[in-house]
Design a protein around this ligand. Sequence first.
Ligand code: PLP
Length: 474
Amino acid sequence: MTPEEFRQYGRQVVDRIADYLAGVEQYPVRSAVRPGDVRAQLPASPPERGEPYDDVLADLDRVLLPGVTHWQHPNFFAYFPSNTSGPSILGDLLSAGLGVQGMVWATSPAATELETVVVDWLAELLDLPAHFRTDSRGGGVIQDSASSAALVAVLAALHRASGGKVGADGITGRYTMYVSSQTHSSLEKAGRIAGLGAANVRSVDVDPETLEMNPAHLRALIEQDVAAGATPALVCATIGTTSTTAVDPVRAIGEICREHGIWLHVDAAYAGVAAVCPELRWINDGVAEYADSYATNPHKWLLTNFDCGVLWVADRRPLIDALSILPEYLRNPASESGQVIDYRDWQVPLGRRFRALKLWSVIRWYGAEGLREHIRTGVALAQELAALVAADPDFELRQHHPFGLVCFRPLRTDALELMERVNSSGQLYLTHTKIGDEVWLRMAIGSPATTSAHVATAWETLQTAGKRISPGRR
Ligand code: PLP
């Protein structure tokens, strides 16, 4: 593709994206295609000869768009939001255009140094402790996901708990880590990948009402494991669990970790970015004193398209020591000078995209003020929805909804049937969770396109659908 052809198609693509975002409401939120529908319309083999880019764009409309679920739709309330925004898309486009691979400082100094600046900026915006900043012992790094952040936290914790032996000898003793039934599955997966074994990923009880981790049970499990000869390596506390946005008591958990020298990882993948607002900073109580690592995802609720997860550590040494291997082909004077950061040592892959560009674009475009407004709008809309649910005797509201997620359940109809009915209508999209044996519906608000009117209409749609389903079934 010549630069002129690129210019021509590039304009078309940008126009299409702008049209798409402006008109996203015309699409059914959840794709209605059946398994295999998209694939069946695509040739089984690649073309022998290059094709005009117009044909690629035509297939986007004809084949792919019907198979797209519209995450940027104002009525997308499923899972957690995965927002994008103009500046984020432009930042990612620039990253693709520059085609930089920033595995070490020397392979593109700006990629590393912008990342350092941006993760420090975000730490400041979220009022995270000074020791998470790069000019201290700690620092931040952009990962592809909170799952990767969890994995490297587990590896660093194992490194520290074993005094570096795990890296040399593999896991020889019994190391344990602690999660709850509400912890995201990526922590258990990280334990598995790290070779801990399922039995050593211990599940701490939660309070049956609030679903917060029970510190007394955590202490009991740790003491039991230590008495049995195990070495506890990591505890994960969650700020904003995936199921209901429960907030674990980080301070109480941290005190126990401190007593036993255990690494405390805080998973704030969804809710952490809410701390741009001073009134929501209570969520981080105990983080400054006790957290060894902290992860949050701008790619969920901070207008930055997937993928962009940020991990901070209070002390970068165990992380780097756990992950750094220096083959001859990566040696270079800058790395050897000790004056630069090589973020390849802070993550699993070697290669790194220039992800900082999109986060930088977002922070510069919106400013702290704009980011706060975005979070406050999501929280306010969630409060509006909660009030609508509370006023309807056919539904039960879950009282905890400090962020953008509201959980509720229908009292006279089957929750899953109701959910499927509205989801298949294409008008809105929501998902569910289970608390004990009860199914609860989750509506997560967070798209910058969602307004009060969308929330009110979504609620009416649910009410009407509920009335159409035969009563008495739950
Ligand atoms: N942790 C929590 C609390 C989450 O809610 C999620 C995803 O929803 C994750 C971790 C995993 O995030 P990622 O997709 O970035 O790995």
